[in-house]
Design a protein around this ligand. Structure first.
Ligand SMILES: C[S@@+](CC[C@H](N)C(=O)[O-])C[C@H]1O[C@@H](n2cnc3c(N)ncnc32)[C@H](O)[C@@H]1O
Length: 490
């Protein structure tokens, strides 16, 4: 279709009320996104642009193409980008930043130091182009003279691949610095091409990755969304309705460590009394505190992808030395009820003695509770009993990544691949690890291997280490992941 022909179509008539309704329902069902009245213009523009770009004369044809495609298709990405305009800037919301800088950070740093522990885990959920997470990186750099000795896990996730790519490159226009003191900007950024680029030390701190808060499974050790000290999810709930907000809050409560903090945007507050999340007011800011106790851990979220019949679950891998777990323990692990699962495992150990599978599960629980050293020791004990269990090597690798032992993690991942060359999750994690260690070509190869294996797996089969994640969904995530790193691959 020629541009002239398309231009002749009157835009207002093109997006009819029926078209609007169809797209609004579609975005909600597929992505959990709620289109509010102020976003209608962006939606109309997105539909119009999508039709032009992909050569559809009628909105119905564009809609059909979207229905057939997955969330990584160009058609879908174009539409997502149109309706999720991720405005963000550094040091946004001075009151919250002041509380994080002056109260939360000094307290948690002191707490960790007093226990001889130097780790922190922070997640910016709906991170847009990374300004929120880099602001946290700057606060940490200012607060920790011994930053190099700390294991800092800074994780940024978003549904929009284009903004994630921008976050990875770390280049911003001066408008992003409207709330940043000049001295801070000049300390951490250098001026380049009509804007500023973040310096390499800071740029290497965060991990940016694709995650749909309304749909994907979390917490999960696979996506490293577990055992968080702080979750920032500011100005994201505007895209969701009450049902999705409740679901997201429920999952956040499980992603947080006991004592962890969730911070929403100033206008995003939702009713407290949700699971273990207690709404706390401090001066003019609010946050949620995860006041979880062993006895009253959360109930599991029924997952639409969850099946209680583990026999239905298939993996790409050859038959692993897979632990047989009873349904109760499975439900506890799947629901993230870590303390309950721990008691259950301890009773089982008393009754049956230490077995490799029980120790492996205990390691997983300890990792999710943030006790990485105990998790590592338990993996080793389990491997002492069963040195051929690739799942224990995998778990150990994930724990070592979090402990900052990249070499140990690589060696553990390679062992799993040696034991089972088709172990998708291992190729995936190896790829991410190698890219982080700047071995881009080898990392790219590992990600390609993961994608090839995941594509050949039964689409509705589930991954072993990410409860509820199907291979179909994993393929989409991998495709996004490779797109985010596309620049790095050239
Ligand atoms: C207004 S920006 C907020 C950025 C940052 N948190 C801040 O406050 O400065 C909202 C971001 O949420 C993202 N988003 C919307 N729906 C999402 C979803 N279902 N899952 C993950 N991110 C989502 C958008 O793509 C956008 O980048």
């Amino acid at each position: 279709m020629t541009a002239e022909l398309h231009q002749s179509i009157n835009n207002a008539a093109f997006v009819t009320p029926e078209c609007e309704r169809v797209f609004i329902d579609f975005l909600y069902e597929k992505l959990g996104l709620v289109i509010k009245s102020h976003q209608l213009k962006s939606l109309h523009d997105g539909i119009d642009k999508g039709c032009r770009q992909f050569g559809h004369l009628r909105w119905q044809d564009y809609f059909e193409a979207l229905k057939q495609s997955d969330s990584t298709s160009s058609e879908m990405e174009q539409l997502i980008a149109a309706v999720t305009i991720g405005e963000s800037y550094f040091f946004r919301d001075q009151n919250q930043i002041a509380w994080l800088r002056d109260i939360w950070l000094p307290q948690i740093i002191e707490q960790r130091r007093s226990k001889g522990e130097k780790y922190l885990r922070i997640w910016s959920a709906g991170c847009s182009s990374g300004q929120e997470l880099y602001t946290m990186a700057i606060l940490l750099a200012e607060a920790l003279p011994d930053l190099g000795e700390w294991k800092i896990h800074l994780m940024g996730t978003d549904i929009n691949a284009a903004v994630l790519s921008r976050a990875l490159h770390g280049h911003y226009s001066s408008w992003s610095f409207r709330a940043t003191p000049e001295a801070v900007r000049d300390r951490y950024f250098f001026s380049q091409e009509y804007g500023y680029t973040i310096n390499d030390n800071l740029r290497q701190m965060p991990l940016f990755t694709f995650l749909n808060l309304a749909d994907d499974e979390y917490p999960s050790i696979l996506t490293q969304t577990n055992a968080m000290d702080l979750i920032l999810c500011r100005n994201v709930f505007i895209y969701f309705d009450k049902r999705v907000v409740n679901m997201v809050m429920h999952r956040f409560s499980r992603s947080l460590l006991p004592g962890g903090v969730l911070m929403l945007g100033a206008s995003d507050l939702v009713a407290s009394g949700m699971d273990s999340l207690r709404l706390v007011q401090h001066g003019n800011i609010f946050y949620y505190h995860n006041s979880i106790k062993e006895e009253n851990h959360t109930t599991p979220i029924p997952s639409k992808k969850h099946t209680s019949d583990r026999r239905k679950i298939r993996h790409v891998s050859a038959e692993p030395a897979q632990p047989v777990i009873d349904d109760t323990l499975h439900e506890m692990l799947h629901g993230g009820r870590w303390h309950e699962a721990l008691s259950h495992i301890e009773v089982a150990i008393k009754q049956q003695g230490k077995t490799a599978p029980l120790l492996q599960h205990k390691a997983k629980v300890m990792a999710n509770l943030g006790d990485l050293q105990a998790a590592k020791a338990l993996c080793e004990e389990s491997l002492g009993l069963d040195p051929l269990d690739m799942h224990t090597y995998f778990l150990k690798a994930m724990v070592l990544i979090e402990l900052g032992d990249d070499q140990g993690a690589e060696s553990s991942l390679r062992k799993t691949i040696y034991l089972e060359p088709c172990f998708v999750e291992s190729h995936f994690q190896l790829g991410l690890l190698l890219i982080r260690c700047e071995r881009v070509a080898a990392g790219k190869k590992a990600l390609h291997n993961a994608l090839r294996l995941a594509r050949s797996a039964p689409p509705e089969g589930e991954l072993h280490h990410a409860a509820g994640m199907t291979f179909k969904r994993f393929v989409e995530i991998l495709e996004h992941e490779m797109e985010i790193y596309a620049g790095e691959f050239n």
